[in-house]
Design a protein around this ligand. Structure first.
Ligand code: GLU
Length: 280
């Protein structure tokens, strides 16, 4: 069993991260397996370099260890590019020239825009462009992202499921998040593509992460099949919330591990405060 904890170096860890790291470590330990640390740092506009070391320090202080050196997604852009090429060969991605503004305008114009778990989905504007128009706009240097054609991908993959250790087998809905971006205009990859490539290439067998990411797993299963990657198991764990029921954000310092540590809390007291790791 190989698990991973994958924080973004955009701030210090908080109690929610501590729980995610604990789930990954404890489930690996229970099965005599290992756990890896991966920095999700492709979004260069949000990361700050000092947080790589501070995150490792927070984890060490908590007593949560990992095997080997931490992987950085920013070192692996070539790998993501290769995967994108393979998806292009399958004709399941298309260039999207839309801006945030044109997408909003299109959604307002449409009588019934597609909807997902967190609001409107991409309305499909660029999905219907002709091959010539795409080629012309790319040749003219027009900035473009690459989106998954979720309907086509769903048809190619057929009926799929993923297996969540907390809630059991679930059918994959190819359109759950619509035509998601797989390569952003500015960074040539995206969370969805990078995480699927890394989990496969690092041979992760159990993906543990917060239940807020459950909708993404529908997309990830499609990508795994299209890229001929093995299917990992999943465990989407509960999220840690503050006293008002709001999930913790990196900018809320009150429940950061650094703050709790400075206020005299011990690592044991912090771990005790977290929910127990699901039995599975
Ligand atoms: N970076 C994500 C987070 O901190 C984790 C994504 C994942 O584990 O797939 O929530």
């Amino acid at each position: 069993m190989l698990t991973r904890f994958a924080p973004s170096p955009t701030g210090r860890l908080h109690l929610g991260h501590a729980y995610a790291a604990l789930v990954a470590r404890e489930l690996a330990d229970r099965k005599g397996g290992s756990s890896l640390l991966r920095f999700e740092d492709i979004d260069h506009s949000r990361i700050r370099t000092e947080f790589y070391a501070l995150i490792e320090e927070d984890l060490q202080w908590l007593g949560l260890t990992w095997e080997g050196a931490a992987l950085r997604q920013s070192d692996r852009l070539e790998n993501y590019n290769r995967a994108l090429d393979r998806l292009r060969d399958h004709k399941v991605i298309y260039p999207c020239f839309c801006t945030r503004r044109t997408i909003e305008d299109e959604i307002t114009r449409m009588a019934t825009a597609p909807h997902g778990p967190e609001g409107s989905l991409y309305p499909g504007t660029c999905r219907v462009l002709s091959t010539d128009e795409r080629a012309g706009r790319i040749a003219r240097g027009e900035p473009h992202a690459w989106r998954l054609d979720s309907e086509r991908a769903g048809k190619l993959c057929g009926d799929l499921t993923f297996h969540d250790l907390r809630s059991g087998p679930r059918p994959v809905h190819p359109g759950e998040l619509g035509d998601v971006v797989l390569a952003r205009k500015d960074i040539a990859t995206s969370y969805h593509l990078a995480v699927v490539v890394d989990d496969a290439e690092q041979e992760i067998t159990l993906v543990t992460r917060g239940e807020d990411l459950l909708p993404s797993t529908h997309v990830h299963r499609l990508l795994q099949v299209l890229l001929e990657y093995p299917e990992p198991l999943y465990l989407h764990h509960e999220l840690i919330r503050d006293e008002n029921g709001k999930r913790l954000a990196t900018r809320d310092h009150a429940l950061s591990l650094a703050h709790l540590r400075e206020s005299g809390m011990s690592p044991e007291a912090i771990l005790d405060r977290l929910p127990s790791v699901p039995a599975c």
